[in-house]
Design a protein around this ligand. Structure first.
Ligand code: ZN
Length: 284
């Protein structure tokens, strides 16, 4: 849901690089040559992917149209992506894709650091896209583990593709504050769609928010943040009262939200700073 600059290397170049050292032997039926000859199919597959991503119709892509003729799917993925990209001549392309996020945060959650490449369309079912740069997004291990080999079932099930669409310019992340002593200061995050969002976009963002467990993950982080600033808030309350606490929290919120209107940190400070009871120290 956060944007990334699209890759600059082409699908054809990536495929040719990743298959450049695939071996030809009598035993493997000149597999390397067969893979290299599939560069046209890989390029065509990547073009189809881009058009679908831009049209928000990734759920319509049929796996049978993304095969490499005559070679089993798993074999293509293992050789071209596994041996060719992660451990072979395409490693520089892999590393460049991994370096895309400026702050090394996952574009799907902005909760955890980028640690691996996710295949937007799973390589096991869509082998022609296994090294297509626009099918490869750097993500965190948590998001990748949850997403796994998922393919969208319908239009509302399509996760936002960081290279082609984003929701970072308007605020959609919100939170409410627990007021019970037991859950003092704990936040419940939710998607609050801004005016102008259609039903499909709202459903997609909510689906992604729920799928990736962003509410739970942000709430844990916010609680840890609150523990870290507790002493500072106590001192502010003693020296300047509720107004001083509120001003500090609102300033912190503004600082975070100017950089990212959907920063979980900024939303936490905003929610705390807007609650009079919280600013009077009743829920710490
Ligand atoms: Zn993530």
């Amino acid at each position: 849901m956060w944007p990334l600059n699209p890759p600059t290397v082409s699908a054809r170049s990536s495929w040719e690089t990743c298959t450049s050292k695939s071996r030809d032997t009598a035993a493997n039926g000149n597999l390397g040559a067969s893979l290299r000859e599939a560069a046209d199919a890989a390029e065509e597959a990547a073009t189809t992917l881009r058009i679908a991503a831009q049209a928000r119709t990734l759920h319509n892509l049929k796996a049978e149209n993304f095969k490499i003729e005559g070679i089993p799917d798993k074999r293509v993925a293992d050789i071209v992506y596994g041996s060719g990209m992660t451990k072979g001549p395409g490693r520089d392309i892999y590393d460049a894709l991994m370096d895309a996020p400026e702050d090394e945060l996952c574009p799907l959650c902005r909760h955890s650091d980028v640690t691996q490449l996710d295949h937007v369309m799973p390589k096991a079912a869509y082998p022609a896209l296994c090294v297509a740069p626009e099918n490869l997004v750097p993500v965190c291990g948590i998001c990748n583990h949850i997403k796994n080999d998922r393919a969208a079932a319908d239009a509302e099930d399509v996760l936002l593709h960081p290279y082609f669409e984003h929701t970072d310019t308007v605020n959609w992340l919100d939170a409410t504050l627990a007021t019970s002593a037991l859950d003092a200061g704990r936040l419940t995050y939710f998607v609050n769609p801004p005016p102008g969002w259609g039903g499909t976009l709202t459903a997609r963002v909510r689906r992604q928010f729920d799928l990736l467990e962003l509410g739970r993950r942000y709430s844990i982080k916010a609680n840890q943040t609150l523990r870290g600033i507790h002493h500072h808030l106590v001192r502010q309350l003693k020296s300047g009262g509720r107004a001083a606490v509120s001003t500090h929290l609102r300033d912190m919120a503004a600082s975070h939200l100017v950089a990212d209107p959907n920063s979980w940190t900024g939303v936490a400070y905003r929610t705390w700073g807007a609650n009079d009871d919280f600013c009077e120290g009743r829920f710490w």
